[in-house]
Design a protein around this ligand. Structure first.
Ligand SMILES: [Zn+2]
Length: 199
């Protein structure tokens, strides 16, 4: 179970994948996925030779949301984001309360503590609020600047083309909802650099 975010803003290719990882009382975190056959053995370290160091699922004290942040397309994760919020593991399903960051999971399912839709929902919302919200807003602002710049460049090119075919400043102004004087003032410099003077 994980949540993904992909920027829809122009010029921003980044995407993010958030997920829960189990955490032990001493702060060591396990992997967010199980490796090997026995789900009650939580991998905590990749020993590099195809084997792992494990700890017992019974020792898991809670969970924390992590995010693999991919800031550039077609590359691996650029950084790992770790939430400030620890979600406490409760002893029975009756005590489960996602609103106060209490989750329940039996040992064999400890790598995925989102048993209820509520828990899943609360986790994704926290990830969004702590991590995604700001960068989404930043991307939208930055993307709007790219669009504005592209639109201005397109308008310059259109005016240049219009003058090239002999359109008057009066017609150019009218088409752009401007006075002829304003149009002339704004683009005469651009025109001077690109066309032989015709008036
Ligand atoms: Zn991220």
């Amino acid at each position: 179970m994980s949540w993904t975010y992909e920027s829809e803003s122009p010029g921003h290719e980044e995407w993010h994948e958030g997920y829960f990882v189990p955490e032990f009382a001493d702060g060591e975190r396990g992997f967010g996925v199980s490796v090997g056959a026995d789900d009650t053995q939580i991998p905590v370290e990749d020993l590099g030779d195809g084997t792992f160091r494990y700890r017992q699922a019974g020792e898991v004290a809670g969970w924390r949301i992590c995010c693999d942040c991919y800031l550039h397309a077609n590359e691996g994760p650029t950084k790992l984001w770790v939430s400030q919020q620890l979600w406490t593991r409760v002893a029975s399903p009756i005590q489960l309360d996602p609103k106060t960051f209490r989750l329940y999971a039996p040992d064999e399912s400890v790598t995925d503590p989102t048993f209820t839709d509520d828990a899943e929902d609360a986790a994704e919302k926290l990830w969004w609020r702590e991590h995604i919200e700001e960068l989404d807003a930043f991307g939208a602002l930055n993307g709007s600047l790219s669009l504005t710049r592209a639109a201005a460049a397109a308008m310059d090119a259109a005016v240049l083309k219009a003058r090239g075919v002999g359109l008057s400043w009066a017609k150019i102004g009218a088409s752009l909802d401007m006075t002829p004087q304003a149009a002339h003032q704004r683009w005469s410099g651009v025109i001077d650099g690109n066309l032989p003077r015709s008036e």
